[in-house]
Design a protein around this ligand. Sequence first.
Ligand code: GUN
Length: 350
Amino acid sequence: MASMMFTDCSSISSSLLHVNGRRGAILFRHCVGQLRLRSTASARGCSISIRCSSSPSSATSIDGKAVAKTIRDEITVDVSRMKESIGVVPGLAVILVGDRKDSATYVRNKKKACESVGIKSLEVRLAEDCSEEQVLKSISCFNDDPSIHGILVQLPLPSHMDEQNILNAVSIEKDVDGFHPLNIGRLAMRGREPLFVPCTPKGCIELLHRYNVEIKGKRAVVIGRSNIVGMPAALLLQREDATVSIIHSRTKNPEEITREADIIIAAVGQPNMVRGSWIKPGAVIIDVGINPVDDPNAPRGYRLVGDVCYEEACQIASAITPVPGGVGPMTIAMLLSNTLISAKRIHNFE
Ligand code: GUN
């Protein structure tokens, strides 16, 4: 797993002075960053400011692990209420093709999370060299199974399969991943509502909401344009009235554009790519990256880092998600939430 080059930004604090030939980062550190936050429920109409001071690690840590636990607790209550009232247990079917270790771990974690909230989970494992028809047959069975309310095909699929065909086959009513083109299309259109929103981007927005970060009218930058995270994250931010820029591999001046952002969602899969000099003082950062980097001092010989250099960013941003413990746990919590939403909708249960 720890196949990446060791990429560290914690041991280069002196280079903060000269990132890309600039002296900007040291200036940032002494700036006061302000971010207006939406009112909390108990203080509606007010707004508060988070200030970033010159002390190290001054950014608020956006605790995805804690938020995800709260959401799981809320879901547990609703699942048992549903079971008691109408005798229905929400059911999730997961299809895993091939033997990628990372995919197997994700699926195991999803199943464990289902158990923890009382959602029934079913798993179908298919061999790496199985045919596309076999996958389509499993999907078709679950589409017709009334005890199943959500279907998830773990990605990526083996290269001989047509991902589009397979995702198109999932019933839009059970598409808890939100990857069906009809759901994505509705997400992109004004005045239309998707039945489901993809889990990781939904988790990112949920974190912003639960930390009362104002999105409306803010400049947001999404780094990465994947179908799973970057693209739907940008659509969601736009639906919340942010002004959104998307940065991708061909963007000429990513650092300059990112430095304009009040909100940054980084989902590019490059360890520590976003440096302190990229960040506007007071910005809020959601780091989706989970990148293993070699670390001989870590018990497993590697550690996980985000797409954002946390050590630099936390001195400049007003709030930031840690890696691990930020977005990761939220993805699974949103999958459970989507499965519950689906079961409620199918059974007309409020
Ligand atoms: N692979 C990586 N992330 C995801 C996800 O959110 N859903 C599915 N189905 N596969 C993934």
